[in-house]
Design a protein. Structure first.
Length: 395
């Protein structure tokens, strides 16, 4: 929606008040959407139109937007209206055209749809695949919505639909980068897909102005989206720290030279605290001590070879410095014997949830495994993955 109006009507803010919920069922999925009881046919709800379209092929029921999704959408409104403490790098409210705000509202309402599929693996990827399968339905729903409310239907254009799907697919990338789960160069690797359709460069040119403008817009949206999602469940100090880091990474000229290791070591040795000026607080010298305890191979591996860490960042943060260093050195040694300069994903078999009932036991088993040499590592050469598990405490 481009914000233009017909018949003298003023532009409106199209706030999605419902979200698709998907649960696996035999032969497909059950699609659910929450709509308030007083919703009428004139309400400007894009998702209402989407649910009507999906009803022709899948059963539709109602389910509420969760607290986080509602808070994220409110956070976007506050950032645009100037009532949020978080502003642009120039200290101004976030400037968004009406259709761009609508696009981000839609994404904030559906970006976690993959969590409701009940499938294993990355929920962002699961949500993207589901919505991509139904992209024609999505386009038809938005088109009907625009027609019924007298708005020029710019959001049905291919670039806008690609943007929605791309944002859903990658909406957690910046948060994963902040937690040290990814390398900064991942921002170059998830470049939006419309370059290949460019009339000017045909997907070949690396400095096509038309492509670079679209990519910059997509990354800006990703930054706004990540900020809203963070504001939905984190204190403002923690979000400020993230935004400062994200802007730094986005502005970095050559991300292959970004100081990934220094950032990861800081994340693994410091605690995030509300009220601390820097947002992170740890014992003096912890980062330097951990760095000095690492072998040169470990510094190389975790600085530029491990491009994904799955189910391991909470564990790496919780382990004591001595066991942390030994674990990282062990993994780096395993990498050196199996890979030659390739990037790999590091996957921890036993996840550690610091707030879960088994937290103490899981942490103790990993410490015992590292201490007694009972850490089990294996590789998947085809997918370039290293798996880490512990056999301690399983008698």
């Amino acid at each position: 929606m481009c914000g233009k109006a017909v018949c003298g009507k003023a532009p409106q803010s199209y706030l999605p008040k419902g979200v698709l919920q998907i649960s696996p069922m035999e032969g497909g999925f059950r699609m659910k959407l929450d709509l308030p009881a007083n919703v009428g046919s004139d309400d400007p709800l894009v998702l209402h139109e989407l649910s009507r379209a999906l009803h022709h092929e899948l059963p539709v029921e109602n389910v509420d937007l969760n607290t986080r999704e509602k808070a994220a959408i409110r956070a976007l409104g506050a950032m645009v209206d100037g009532t949020s403490v978080l502003r642009s790098a120039q200290g101004q409210p976030i400037q968004l055209a009406p259709e761009d705000r609508t696009l981000l509202e839609i994404v904030l309402a559906i970006d976690d749809v993959g969590r409701r599929t009940g499938t294993d693996g990355c929920h962002a990827e699961a949500g993207y695949r589901l919505l991509n399968r139904h992209h024609v339905v999505l386009r038809d729903a938005i088109h009907r919505h625009c027609h019924e409310h007298g708005v020029v239907p710019s959001l049905v254009e291919d670039d806008h639909l690609r943007m929605i799907l791309w944002l859903v697919r990658h909406h957690e990338v910046l948060e994963e980068l902040y937690r040290g789960e990814r390398l900064a160069v991942c921002l170059d690797q998830i470049t939006p897909p419309w370059r290949k359709n460019c009339d000017d460069c045909g997907g070949v040119g690396k400095s096509c102005p038309k492509c670079e403008k679209k990519i910059a817009r997509a990354v800006r949206f990703l930054l706004i989206l990540s900020t809203c999602n963070a504001l939905a469940h984190l204190p403002e100090d923690a979000v400020r720290n993230r935004v400062h880091f994200w802007r730094k990474v986005v502005a970095w000229k050559d991300r292959t030279r970004f100081a990934n290791l220094a950032h990861r070591l800081r994340q693994w040795t410091c605690s995030e605290t509300q009220g601390h000026a820097a947002g992170l607080l740890g014992q003096p010298g912890d980062v330097d001590q951990l760095s000095s305890d690492l072998t040169s191979a470990a510094r190389d591996v975790f600085g530029c070879r491990v491009d994904r860490i799955i189910q391991g960042t909470e564990l790496l943060h919780a382990l004591g410095l001595r066991w942390k260093a030994k674990l990282l050195n062990t993994i780096a040694n395993h990498y050196s014997h199996n890979f030659d300069g390739e990037t790999v994903a590091l996957i921890f078999a036993q996840s550690y949830d610091p707030e879960g009932p088994q937290a103490a036991g899981t942490l103790a088993r990993y410490e015992e495994a590292v201490r007694n040499g009972q850490l089990t590592t294996s590789v998947n050469y085809d997918n370039r993955e290293i798996y880490v598990a512990c056999s301690a405490g399983r008698h």
